[in-house]
Design a protein around this ligand. Structure first.
Ligand code: AMP
Length: 178
C-alpha cells in the first residue's frame, strides 16, 4: 500500500456542521473505487472470525460502509435510522451527539432473540451514536458481536461509552489521537 493511502482521501473540513467541529469527510475515499473497496474489505476482514448474523449500519454513512461489509461477509443488513424515517413499528433510544442530541430507531422485528450483530459506522466521535446503536441491539434481545468504524477520534474517548462484553471487538481502521 502506498504511504498515506487511503487515509489521504479522508478530508478534514473545519467548522462543519458547527464552529469548532473538524468534520472527517469520507466522500473522497468513497469516490475512489480502490479505496472504498479497501475500506469495506478491511472492516469485513477484522470481523472474519467473529460469528455474526447481521450487520447494523447507522444512518447515514454507516449505511454505505455497513452494507458493503454485510455483502462482503454474506450477512443481512439492519438499518438504524434517525427518528421518523423507518416505515414499520419501531423502538427508539435518545442519545447525545458531538453536536446536539437526537434519537435513533430500529424496526421492532429487526432482530430475533440470540442473534449476533456487528455494528458499523463511519466515525466514532463522542460515542453517543454507537452507544445508542448498541443499546438498540441489546434491548431487541440480540447480542453485539463487534463494533467497527472507519475512523475513531480517539481524543474524544468515545469508546468508553460503548458498553459491550470484554471479548467483543471494538475496532477502527484509522484512529486520531487518544
Ligand atoms: P458521536 O455520537 O459523537 O460518536 O458521533 C458519531 C456520529 O456522528 C457518526 O455517525 C458520524 O457520522 C458523525 N460524526 C460525529 N463527529 C464527526 C466528525 N468529526 N466527522 C465526521 N462525522 C462525525
Amino acid at each position: 500500500m502506498e504511504s498515506g493511502w487511503p487515509e489521504s482521501l479522508i478530508r478534514d473540513v473545519p467548522d462543519f456542521p458547527t464552529p469548532g467541529i473538524m468534520f472527517k469527510d469520507i466522500t473522497p475515499l468513497l469516490d475512489d473505487a480502490d479505496a472504498f473497496r479497501w475500506a469495506a474489505d478491511e472492516l469485513a476482514d477484522r470481523f472474519r472470525d467473529t460469528p455474526a448474523d447481521r450487520v447494523v449500519g447507522v444512518e447515514a454513512r454507516g449505511f454505505i460502509l455497513g452494507a458493503a461489509v454485510a455483502y462482503r461477509l454474506g450477512l443481512g443488513f439492519v438499518p438504524v435510522r434517525k427518528s421518523g424515517k423507518l416505515p414499520y413499528r419501531t423502538r427508539s433510544v435518545d442519545y447525545e451527539l458531538e453536536y446536539g442530541t437526537a434519537s435513533l430507531e430500529v424496526h421492532t422485528d429487526a432482530f430475533a432473540p440470540g442473534q449476533r450483530a456487528l455494528v458499523v459506522d463511519d466515525v466514532l466521535a463522542t460515542g453517543g451514536t454507537a452507544a445508542a446503536a448498541v443499546e438498540l441491539v441489546d434491548s431487541g434481545g440480540a447480542e453485539v458481536a463487534g463494533v467497527g468504524f472507519l475512523i475513531e477520534l480517539g481524543f474524544l474517548g468515545g469508546r468508553e461509552k460503548i458498553v459491550v462484553d470484554a471479548d467483543c471487538p471494538v475496532i477502527s481502521l484509522f484512529c486520531y489521537g487518544g
